[in-house]
Design a binder for this molecule. Sequence first.
Ligand SMILES: [Zn+2]
Length: 207
Amino acid sequence: MSIHTHSDDRMACPSCDQLYDMSGLAHLQKARCGTCNHLLATYREDAYAHVVAFSISGLIFFVLACCYPFMSFKSSGMESVMTLPQAITQIKGEGMWDLAILVACFILIIPALVMVLTGALGISLLAGWRNYWAKDVAKLIFHLQVWSMVEVFFIGVLVSLFKIAHMATVGIGIAFWSYAAFVIFFTLALSNLDTFYTWKRLEELEP
Ligand SMILES: [Zn+2]
């Protein structure tokens, strides 16, 4: 036990302020508020080892998703192949540079940044380092994860695929599957980073 354990196992429900004792949760057990059913925390053993593994896997698939063709379109004898960065450049080329910036931020820049930060925080928590930056990084992750729209983007792509399927022959590239794998690892990494337990660990490790 660290001498810095000024935080205890109590937690107030974020939506109704009811106070709960969170000690004694078993692996994968979820704690919900008895008053408003708000999900309070999920306890996972080896959570930070999983966070690190999922973040690194996610980043590898992210790089593949940016480098390889995402989709190909064949229409009246013409075929065009596009990577994700090329698709964004094309949106900009159509004069919609504001949309291009939004798409680049929500599907590439913010998700990649969240994954890098999550991996770094996971390594720090796993190793038990007393970092002055860890708390700020955790705050940034919990703020930014709301703004990464990887799942929304992926559903959007699937819907547009069905819509254009009758106009052109659509081929799915390696980057499509890589991005799908990235979305899965992104979700897994963040679901292992439970807000309550991460914060408790950070307070134990405060320099
Ligand atoms: Zn509640």
